[in-house]
Design a protein around this ligand. Sequence first.
Ligand SMILES: [Zn+2]
Ligand SMILES: [Zn+2]
Length: 238
Amino acid sequence: MWQRKGGNVHAFLLDDPAGLTLFDTLFDTDAHRVLAEIEAMGRQVTDLRHIVISHAHRSHIGGLATLKRLSGAAVLSHAWEADVIAGDRESQRVPIRPQRPVLAYAPVYYLQFGAAVGFGKHPPCLVDESIREGTKIGSIEVVHTPGHTPGHVSFWWPERGVLLAGDAIATYPLFSPGWPAFNLNLHQARDSLHKMIDIGPSFVGVGHGDPLTEDATEKLRVMVKEAEAKGLLGRGPG
Ligand SMILES: [Zn+2]
Ligand SMILES: [Zn+2]
């Protein structure tokens, strides 16, 4: 599922014998796109058992409170993100200066502006369980991939070679190691990217833009190498 508002933001729904698991919740607070997708699968919202959040940025948690209320699903996130999701702490501000190249990132500047001035908050929602490196959610394993935010996590489905990389990787508006202005710690981001290359996924879903469906690991390796050469992932040892 995806939504243009929120920067071509994507969310993923996994149908597992244990029930439906949703990864992130898109931008809209009424969650209508997610609800329509559940219906299109011939399922009901109460079949949703787990809602797992990659990190507490606005585009990914818009529909969370509504979906929890309608489904009764358990909400899971890394502990560092949980109090932001609950509305008890503001997410760390990002710079207001436009990201480069300016024209490419112009369509998502409203999101950067919101994150820079603390405007446009999500409906708060309590997190039920915290997740960390190695936590298993059905057949999915949590991989801690900090850098974009401290509690940013990705999700690895070994049986299918699928990695959901959240905002550690973006393919919109450019294929990049996340949106530059939003990455809080570049050294951590770089380590997390190498961790994902080492995992060796064949399919990579990302928070913004279309997934990498072919030669995903090789594409990722090339992109990270170029980003490092351009100094986009910081200098010096990681
Ligand atoms: Zn983000
Ligand atoms: Zn995002």
